[in-house]
Ligand binder design. Structure first.
Ligand code: FAD
Ligand code: FES
Length: 358
């Protein structure tokens, strides 16, 4: 059974928030900025997190993640939805959503936040490409408001000025924090009057930017090739992996990499500890642990199902779990035994996992 079909069955067992659309603004030819009415006192999110919308279309319910560009201090939570060419749900949102409609969402999720960072250094570099600005804008606002000594540099790459999402709000922020926020725009198709950087971000640009700001914490969100280039160059310039935080909206060219032994054709039993209860499930060959758990009526948390959002994070208590190549978990999390159940497969008979509850 497809994951999308199962969601309907699972929905009733998950906490669902109805969100009333308060405002819709056109940000670009393909971008909508949407604000919701305050969802209620028990709705919490952290800067950098996202909503998991449950979108009903043609008799199915689809899950799609949309990051907040707002911070929890603002009255109205907001997201930006870029219409993806050929994209089923982003196109549906663009053509049907109107003020006054109600959409359903799961609780805010995601670990592209500041909560696990023990100390914010003096300099923070935010590398954004296209719609990747959304969670970075939320983090930027939060850092500017809450960390008086932190200096922010936002490096923001786009096709053209008119396709630059949150352009007006970025200008407002730059005016409000002239001493603390620097923004460097890269445009592939700049207007004739353009004084900023031209073209895509290149290796030598990364080197130059890095040299001018030592001791930096980096946040990356953008198209996979851009993120790959920036990460590789940061690492080759000596930036430790612990100083690089990233979030991807789409699977890159490098994933998936199948680590499952094709000769391995027998089912496995997996022991899952979830919400204090123990479950023993059978996972068929080439079925992910998440797929198997949902099929067996255990509503494990999940959203993207592609190894991007970390909402299905679990921890290995014993045994071996293989994962398709992923970029969402940090190296520290992998070392601590965390894995993603949506792209995770049992590799031993004694596998026991616990679902992270934070
Ligand atoms: C953690 C997380 C946060 C996200 N936050 C945002 C956000 O703030 N704003 C936003 O607009 N989107 C965001 N996304 C992406 C969003 O969830 C959807 O994937 C996107 O809107 C496409 O959905 P779709 O149904 O229209 O496309 P689909 O029908 O799922 O895909 C159609 C085609 O488009 C490609 N594709 C899918 N997603 C993208 C993408 N993002 N860019 C380019 N090509 C793509 C696919 O490979 C596929 O070929 C986020 C995704 C994740 C995992
Ligand atoms: S559901 Fe998004 S990473 Fe697994």
């Amino acid at each position: 059974m497809l994951l999308a079909n199962r969601v309907k069955k699972e929905k009733s067992r998950e906490r669902v928030f109805p969100l009333r659309i308060r405002e819709i603004h056109s940000e670009s030819p393909d971008g909508l900025r949407v604000l919701f009415d305050p969802p209620g006192r028990d709705f919490f999110y952290e800067p950098g997190q996202f909503l998991s919308l449950l979108i009903s279309l043609d008799g199915k319910i689809y899950r799609r993640c949309y990051s907040f560009y707002t911070t929890p201090k603002e009255k109205y939570p907001g997201i930006v939805v870029r219409r993806v060419r050929g994209g089923q749900i982003s196109g549906h949102i663009h053509s049907t959503w109107k003020v006054g409609d109600t959409v359903n969402s799961l609780i805010p999720m995601g670990s592209f936040t500041l909560s696990k960072i023990s100390e914010i250094p003096k300099n923070v570099l935010l590398w954004a490409g296209g719609a990747g600005i959304t969670p970075l804008f939320s983090l930027a606002q939060h850092l500017l408001h809450e960390y008086p000594t932190t200096q922010l540099h936002l490096v923001y790459a786009n096709r053209s000025e008119e396709y630059t999402l949150l352009r007006s709000l970025s200008k407002v922020l730059e005016k409000k924090y002239p001493e603390k926020l620097r923004v460097t725009h890269f445009l592939e198709n700049p207007p004739s009057s353009w004084k900023g950087q031209i073209g895509r971000i290149k290796a030598h640009d990364i080197k130059t930017i890095l040299q001018s700001t030592p001791d930096v914490l980096h946040f990356l969100c953008g198209p996979p090739p851009m993120m790959k280039l920036i990460e590789e160059n940061l690492k080759s310039q000596g930036v430790p992996p612990s100083r690089i935080r990233k979030e991807s909206f789409e699977a890159g060219e490098t994933s998936p990499m199948d680590i499952i032994d094709p000769a391995q054709q027998s089912p496995h039993e997996v022991h899952i500890v979830f919400q204090g209860e123990s479950h023993l499930i059978t996972v068929q060959p080439h079925e992910s642990i998440l797929e198997a758990a949902l099929a067996q009526d255990i509503p494990l948390p999940h959203s993207c199902t592609k190894g991007l959002c970390t909402s299905c994070k679990c921890r290995i208590l014993q045994g071996k779990l293989g994962m398709k190549k992923q970029e969402a978990l940090s190296e520290e999390e992998i070392q601590e035994g965390y894995r993603l159940s949506c792209i995770g497969y049992p590799l031993s008979e004694d596998l026991k996992i616990e679902i992270d509850s934070d």
